[in-house]
Ligand binder design. Structure first.
Ligand code: CA
Ligand code: CA
Ligand code: CA
Length: 580
């Protein structure tokens, strides 16, 4: 058997970054998460303690240049080990490293230990024909692609590599993350077909990555389990080479956030958490069918570290329990077994954007490694399904015959109304699976109105500006601050405080608001002269903290940025409006 040199997925223009280096952090909602954790007084994870394996094609074939440049300022303080030996630095590997563990460029700058391999040495070791060596790192990044020779790209040599990767991933409990090919790579190259996922993007027990603008080669797998949909997720880069480490970096971020919880950082839980959190708004064309769990181009959607973080943080919730809005589980099922989870939507509410996803590894058995024959493996896959049912809906099933993912997405027009629902995971044989989900409890004014007034309040007193209980708080404000429109109450109004901080005094305003989505926008505004116009600019007033209270309420505190001095006067107010 002849092996082709591994081909890099990228063209030379990768050395130029024409777009803002940090723009992707906005797109994957890292900035929003960072701000919110700060407001809540929660430490921001950064991948600390996570070590990674980075496999790179040589930038110039035969030149040995596959290492991240250890002199790059993004890598100061890190230990990058040349595991293949004799390597020199590569611009491609350096740029992958910047996204994966760069000190300011990545979302996991706490990654300190990097094991770097050349792709050729990697696949010419036992990862191609023998028994793969033990992987001690929890994450492997593959920003390179190849197909093995042998005439057909659908041939057995490709399957020999994917089956070994899946075997090692399960045996050593790590998560391989691999890019698809870019669609604009100069062609034709006969062994690089346009439509099929390459090695290692065709693996089961990992994640394959495309780009958010869809300029990757999509298609279903053509060997070793035909018809599986790839990629599983996309990320906002011009090239799959740099989208892939964004996902690996996000996985490191979640491992750090798991804080030693060995179920939360299990590879299939990480995969489910990343995919269930992914953003469908990346395309209006995103769709799925009963037998195709994810979109043909965008997979589960675009990486969304905000949702994935809060899925993990909501915690493990066992089968049989009533689920919170977000969460995950890792569980075992027996032959022909099933697990039920209850989703309860309270009266007066709807549940929006439910994304529930299960994944499980394919099982790979090591058959032989006698010295006179090649090591052989046999693989098999359990067939699971995921179903959502309830009295108020047509049963929604995800049951692919080939994929090791099932997914239910209830987007626009598919909200769940008040009632009880059952999420069912079923299998044909014993399996360990991970489930992750997210959703949003929703109550706009119409839903609130329908559930907040008794017959004692006539319809003409139920408008947003009315005040039927005469407490000076209009109905819309009652909804905004969690009040009862039929009970006079004063303590729900925003409260003012003056606080000392760093030798200065500041004027603050705080109020409680419901944790659910109430379709209300809050703007805190300030002025020093009631005759001036009010300002909600962050130059003048900032959100200072968010604190959880009882009964599903949270207290938001805003502060004027300018300290109090002399006899100055200043005013703060909360403006409330219905979201359009
Ligand atoms: Ca299935
Ligand atoms: Ca009132
Ligand atoms: Ca009231």
């Amino acid at each position: 058997m002849k092996i082709l040199s591994a081909a890099s997925t990228i063209s030379f223009c990768i050395l130029f970054f024409s777009h803002s280096l940090h723009a992707y952090k906005e797109a994957i909602r890292y900035n929003e998460l960072s701000t919110e954790l700060s407001l809540r007084g929660i430490a921001l994870p950064d991948g600390s303690g996570v070590s990674v394996t980075q496999v790179e094609a040589e930038e110039t074939s035969g030149a040995g240049n596959f290492l991240p440049n250890s002199q790059n300022g993004q890598f100061s303080g890190k230990t990058i080990t040349d595991k293949s030996g004799g390597g020199s630095s590569s611009g491609h590997a350096t740029n992958v490293g910047r996204e994966l563990y760069g000190n300011s460029q990545s979302i996991s700058p706490g990654i300190q230990t990097v094991d770097a391999y050349s792709a050729n040495s990697f696949i010419n070791s036992a990862w191609r024909t023998g028994v793969p060596p033990t992987e001690t790192n929890p994450l492997q990044n593959h920003s390179w692609v190849t197909w093995l020779s042998g005439g057909s790209p659908f041939s057995q040599p490709n399957a020999e590599m994917t089956v070994r990767m899946d075997y090692a991933a399960e045996r050593d409990s790590f998560l391989p993350i691999a890019g698809l090919d870019n669609s604009d790579y100069p062609n034709p190259i006969p062994v690089r077909p346009t439509e099929i996922p390459p090695i290692y993007a065709s693996i089961y027990n990992g994640i394959s990555v495309g780009v958010s603008d869809s300029s990757h080669r999509t298609g279903t797998t053509k060997y070793d389990g035909i018809g599986r949909t790839k990629p599983e997720i996309v990320a906002p880069s011009d090239f799959t080479s740099f989208a892939t480490p964004m996902v690996t970096s996000a996985a490191a971020f979640l491992i750090d956030a798991a804080d030693g919880n060995s179920s939360a950082d299990d590879p299939i839980v990480l995969k489910a958490t990343l995919l269930a959190g992914a953003d469908k708004a990346i395309s209006t064309d995103w769709d799925q069918t009963t037998t195709r769990p994810i979109d043909e181009v965008y997979g589960a959607g675009e990486l969304d570290i905000y949702e994935s973080y809060f899925i993990q943080r909501a915690g493990q919730q066992a089968s049989g329990s009533t689920l919170q809005a977000r969460g995950w589980n890792l569980a075992n099922l027996n032959n022909n077994g099933s697990h039920n989870y209850t989703i309860t939507v309270p009266d007066g509410f709807e549940l929006h954007d439910l994304s529930a996803l299960i994944t499980w590894n394919r099982e790979v058995r090591y058959e032989s490694n006698n010295w006179w024959e090649t090591a052989t493996f046999s693989a098999s896959l359990a067939d699971l399904s995921l179903q959502l049912s309830g009295a108020n809906m047509t049963t929604h099933i995800s049951n692919s015959p080939v994929d090791n993912i099932e997914h239910i997405w209830r987007g626009s027009g598919q909200a769940l109304s008040a009632g009880s629902y059952t999420l069912t995971v079923a299998t044909n044989r014993s399996v360990k699976y991970a489930l992750a989900w997210r959703s949003r409890l929703y109550q706009d004014y119409a839903l609130w109105q329908a559930s907040s007034f008794s017959s004692a309040t006539t319809l003409d007193l139920q408008d947003p500006g009315d005040d039927p209980d005469g407490d000076g708080i209009a109905n819309l404000l009652e909804q905004a601050f969690g009040g009862d429109p039929e009970t006079p109450e004063a303590n729900i109004a925003p409260q003012y405080t003056i606080v000392e901080d760093g030798g200065n005094s500041y004027l603050q305003i705080n109020f409680a608001r419901p944790m659910h989505d109430n379709a209300i926008e809050y703007a805190v505004e300030t002025t020093t002269d009631l005759e001036d116009s009010w300002s909600d600019s962050t130059d003048d007033v900032i959100l200072f903290s968010i604190a959880t209270e009882s009964d599903g309420m949270e207290r938001y505190t805003y502060r004027r940025t300018a300290p109090i001095s002399g006899n100055n006067q200043a005013f703060l107010r909360v403006a409330v409006s219905q979201r359009q």
